[in-house]
Design a protein around this ligand. Structure first.
Ligand SMILES: Cc1cc2nc3c(=O)[nH]c(=O)nc-3n(C[C@H](O)[C@H](O)[C@H](O)COP(=O)(O)OP(=O)(O)OC[C@H]3O[C@@H](n4cnc5c(N)ncnc54)[C@H](O)[C@@H]3O)c2cc1C
Length: 474
């Protein structure tokens, strides 16, 4: 019997086993929705799972985990499908798809937000905005909450409220055994520690309970845009000012290959290679000090465009870059923590950007602030101390360009080594960086502790289609 025949007979046995008790959809290669269901954000990932189990609720997730375990199949787990290395999609095996678990319930009195394990950030924002609450998360609406939060979760509000995983109250988790447990600081505390940055290694989260914070609905944002000849000057001023910013300000830079048609961009600048700085006031949008601070930040260097505006956070700010990073293009990304955004580093970055043929952008993400309030040993998430992160988010469509464009991106990151710090964001590890998981998770000691937690809750390493932490018995 061929491997293909055996895989398809396993799939049909699983489908038979689930018949009558699985409320979601069982999507095999013959299903009309299969081609769509197997797509993830990055078009470089072209995998054909044997079966996709699209769960409707926690009991479906239990059933899916049970069949995976019984058939010895390590399932891939999909929330938003944004993982750049395509961790959400199995090739030939089983994918557990959580897109049926997108309910969000807000308890405004207790400022608690309950979000299903398949939610996208936009689902959470849409539910919290009417209550003038936010959950600190990422920077666009289509990223999955679960993948983002379990690896840390950085975004506009990180400087004020910390990482998404710093704002877990509790998590409903389906273990490899099929048991459903609630995990919090007081219930399975070691597992709670591990889930704050250790990714999908320990089970499938079917519901998050997050702390919410008062905010909005409007956000004050400032934008300044620079021609290439003024980019280095602006970035030097940015690097000099970042360390003194209050926590109520987030400030990011993007060296864009082609400026999109954003509301404040005059038509003559659309499509041009430009640097954009974006600042956000993370407090009351009507605060005079906020207005003055944001105005001041738009004035550094020699901008060709500057604007300040108020935008609704959920419906506006969080959707600004959705189309720039839409699904279906080829993407290669690389993250690096910045130890020192010195003049030499700025010159290299600007030089790379001015010549880069690929679309996309080089991002400088302003972090620090509340992220550093949590001590390194207190959560699995690691390397908290950096004020700035770099992310090379490169995009193109022609597969023939893959080798050249990937090599160029790797080369610039290697060139920046003198200014790059220790560690890397686990959520941004690419297919060629799987050997950096230990470094991303804080080094050998923390990794060993994570391995012991893994051994307790997933001793057979069922959940290994991720940045894997193999079980390490005590
Ligand atoms: C366009 C874009 C923007 C981004 N912006 C940000 C940002 O602002 N901030 C930030 O921190 N990161 C950001 N990221 C990185 C992001 O955090 C990771 O790509 C993350 O993996 C996305 O989560 P997802 O649920 O969409 O991923 P998926 O690809 O669906 O899942 C990734 C992995 O997460 C695990 N997983 C998913 N769901 C569950 C679950 N319910 N239970 C247990 N494990 C699960 C599984 O191991 C899975 O393999 C961005 C990525 C992209 C592509």
């Amino acid at each position: 019997m061929s491997a293909t025949t055996s895989a398809s007979s396993t799939s049909s046995r699983i489908a038979d086993q689930l018949a009558g008790r699985f409320k979601g959809e069982v999507i095999g290669p013959d299903h009309p929705g299969y081609e769509q269901a197997r797509l993830v954000w990055n078009a470089m990932i072209d995998r054909r799972p044997g079966l996709i189990l699209r769960c409707a609720d926690t009991s479906d997730v239990v059933a899916a985990v049970d069949v995976a375990r019984e058939h010895g199949l390590a399932p891939a787990v999909r929330c938003g499908g944004h993982n750049v290395a395509g961790k959400a999609m199995s090739d030939g095996g089983l994918t557990i798809d959580l897109s049926g678990l997108r309910e969000v319930i807000v308890d405004p009195a207790r400022k608690l937000v309950y979000a299903g394990g398949g939610c996208l950030l936009g689902n959470v924002d849409a539910a919290t905005a009417p209550h003038r609450l936010i959950v600190p998360a990422g920077i666009m609406s289509e990223t999955g909450v679960a993948g983002l939060a379990l690896g840390g979760g950085i975004g506009w509000f990180s400087r004020k409220h910390g990482l998404t995983c710093d704002n877990f109250v509790s998590l409903e988790l389906v273990l490899a055994s099929g048991e459903v447990i609630e995990v919090s600081e007081t219930s399975h505390p070691d597992l709670f520690w591990a889930l704050r940055g250790g990714g999908g290694n320990f089970g499938i989260v079917t519901r998050f309970t997050f702390r919410g914070y008062d905010f909005g609905p409007m956000m004050r944002i400032g934008v300044s845009v620079y021609e290439p000849e003024h980019a280095a000057e602006a970035l030097r001023a940015y690097a000099a000012m970042v360390p003194a910013l209050p926590r109520t300000v987030g400030w990011h830079a993007a060296l864009k290959h082609d400026m999109p048609a954003l509301p404040f961009v005059p038509p003559q600048y659309v499509g041009r290679r430009l640097l954009m700085l974006v600042s956000m006031w993370l407090d009351d949008a009507s605060d005079d000090m906020g207005a003055a601070t944001i105005d001041q930040l738009t004035e550094i260097g020699t901008p060709c465009i500057k604007a300040t505006t108020l935008l609704p956070f959920a419906a506006g700010v969080q959707r600004l870059i959705d189309t720039e990073f839409e699904d279906g293009h080829r993407y290669y990304t690389k993250e690096a923590h910045v130890a020192d955004l010195a003049d030499g580093a700025i010159d290299k970055l600007v030089g790379f950007w001015r010549d880069m043929p690929m679309e996309g952008e080089v991002e400088i993400i302003g972090l620090g602030g509340a992220i550093g309030d949590v001590a390194e040993p207190d959560a699995a998430f690691s390397n908290r101390g950096y004020l700035l992160w770099l992310n090379f988010a490169m995009r193109w469509d022609d597969p023939a360009l893959d080798p050249d464009y990937i090599a160029r991106t790797r080369a610039i990151v290697a060139d920046l080594a003198p200014w790059v710090g220790r560690g890397v964001y686990v959520n941004m590890l690419n297919f060629d960086e799987q050997d950096r998981v230990v470094e991303a998770l804080g080094g050998a000691e923390k990794y060993a502790r994570l391995g012991r937690v893994k051994a307790e809750y997933d001793p057979g390493n069922l959940f290994r289609m991720n940045y894997n932490i193999p079980p390490a018995p005590a």
